[in-house]
Write a protein that binds this ligand. Structure first.
Ligand code: IMP
Length: 194
């Protein structure tokens, strides 16, 4: 079976993709190929960062590889925190600090529109393909719910009343930006590996 690297150390993301592609690809994580170095995410777009990671593995280790990059874009903040979502309030990447900073920036602001975006870059046969996913909604005044991670407790997806942190994980995973991008990647791989 053809091997494909998902350039992530996130076990949850890896298992999710592994389960879906199990009959077509053997999906390896970074630790499976002994890639222990931190791959710098220095680009200023999701596309750029996803490509940096996928290209690094493709060139150094010789495996076809895909990588993802995601974040929250808030309209009233001109798209911030965007690519800086993980470290919005500092290098400690603390979610509670990030949420606190976001709510402070939006204090008194009427326009609470925001979108989560994911971009996946796939490097295979010397070509790069991109797959994107987006879900729009609004930012609450206060955090609600205890599930999920990152900004989940302050994001209400369009047509819902609950925050991502109040939804069951299965429900979030059906509609999320990441699910949309991953489904596009899987469609592409299924079509092109017959
Ligand atoms: P990553 O590129 O998927 O690691 O995401 C970067 C950062 O964006 C995370 O550390 C979170 O702060 C934020 N983020 C991305 N996806 C989500 C999500 O589904 N819920 C909440 N926060 C997210």
């Amino acid at each position: 079976m053809k091997e494909l690297v998902f350039a992530t150390n996130n076990k949850h993301k890896l298992e999710e993709v592994r389960a879906i592609l199990k009959n077509r690809f053997k999906v390896l994580g970074l630790s499976d190929i002994s890639c222990n170095e931190e791959i710098a995410e220095t680009a200023d777009t999701f596309e750029g960062n996803a490509l940096l990671k996928a290209e690094y593995v493709y060139k150094k280790y010789g495996f076809p590889c895909f990588a993802d990059d995601s974040g929250l874009e808030v309209a009233a903040l001109n798209g911030a925190p965007g690519v800086k979502s993980a470290r919005y309030a500092g290098e400690t990447k603390n979610s509670l600090d990030n949420i606190q900073k976001l709510l402070q920036e939006l204090q008194g602001v009427q326009n609470r529109s925001a979108c989560f975006r994911t971009v996946i870059a796939l490097m295979m046969d010397d070509q790069v393909h991109y797959f994107d996913g987006k879900i729009c909604g609004t930012i609450t005044e206060k955090p609600r719910g205890s599930g999920g991670f990152g900004y989940d407790s302050v994001f209400v997806p369009e047509a819902y009343l609950s925050t991502f942190a109040q939804l069951r994980p299965e429900e979030k995973n059906k509609i999320s930006h990441r699910a949309i991008a991953i489904n596009k990647l899987i469609c592409h791989l299924n079509k092109n590996s017959e």
